[in-house]
Design a protein around this ligand. Structure first.
Ligand SMILES: C[S@@+](CC[C@H](N)C(=O)[O-])C[C@H]1O[C@@H](n2cnc3c(N)ncnc32)[C@H](O)[C@@H]1O
Length: 212
């Protein structure tokens, strides 16, 4: 396991029973509320929340339609919380860049306040592309700060917080993760410190090709 993975797992295992009452539990609540307002899901769709914490977001999404809901998180204690709170949802302990699912399984994948925890975020996108169906939606929300607040967060707040927060992304870096991995950007939402992108996985080859 890599540096920020170890730190995240240790810290969120400790926070799990009281996560909603911790500082980052409160902080991420705003991101989740915006994400759930933004997302649209339909009956029958298969939806996965990566880095699902205690399962609140996927719980809310599963109230919007009759979806098949899944969540994964690196913290086994967070997953224990998820299973108690949402017995109808399927949860697994897993790393974001090594998902325990087959190819082309999901219609929608969400990730809220997790991207900046990853040791190698560039490895997450090909993995998501693998498990998403062609044309599936990827919705990521992550904190954004302009300089010098970004640097203050990375060099002062993150080491003090010591919860596996690695690196914040500029709007360009955030968007590039999608486009460089073949996703088309359907929508971007920037509100204060909340940045959210909805991307579409590449369609099956020839799916929309014009007839000769
Ligand atoms: C700030 S919390 C956000 C939790 C939840 N998404 C929310 O919005 O409340 C970050 C979560 O990401 C998980 N996490 C961190 N690194 C991860 C990784 N590499 N793979 C999977 N989960 C990870 C942590 O265990 C924690 O539950």
């Amino acid at each position: 396991m890599k540096k920020f993975e170890k730190l995240s797992r240790a810290k969120y295992d400790k926070k799990a029973p009281k996560y909603d009452r911790t500082i980052d539990g409160h902080y991420c609540a705003r991101f989740k509320r915006k994400l759930v307002e933004t997302i649209s899901v339909s009956d029958g769709e298969k939806v996965l929340d990566v880095g699902c914490g205690n399962g609140t977001l996927i719980g809310w999404i599963s109230q919007k339609a009759k979806i098949q809901a899944f969540g994964v998180d690196i913290s086994a204690k967070m997953i224990d919380e998820c299973r108690v709170r949402h017995p109808h949802i399927d949860f697994n302990v897993s790393l974001a860049d090594s998902l325990p699912f087959g190819d082309n399984e999901f219609d929608v994948i969400t990730m809220c306040c997790v991207l900046h925890h990853l040791d190698e975020p560039q490895k997450f996108f090909p993995e998501v592309k693998r498990v998403l169906k062609p044309g599936g939606r990827l919705i990521i929300s992550d904190p954004w700060y302009p300089p010098p607040f970004k640097q203050f967060a990375e060099y002062v707040v993150f080491p003090i917080h010591n919860a596996g927060d690695n690196k914040l992304f500029t709007r360009t870096q955030f968007k590039n993760f999608f486009t460089e991995n073949g996703f088309s950007v359907l929508n971007t939402y920037y509100r204060g410190d909340v940045q959210t992108i909805i991307g579409l996985a590449p369609s099956a080859p020839g799916m929309y090709s014009e007839r000769p």
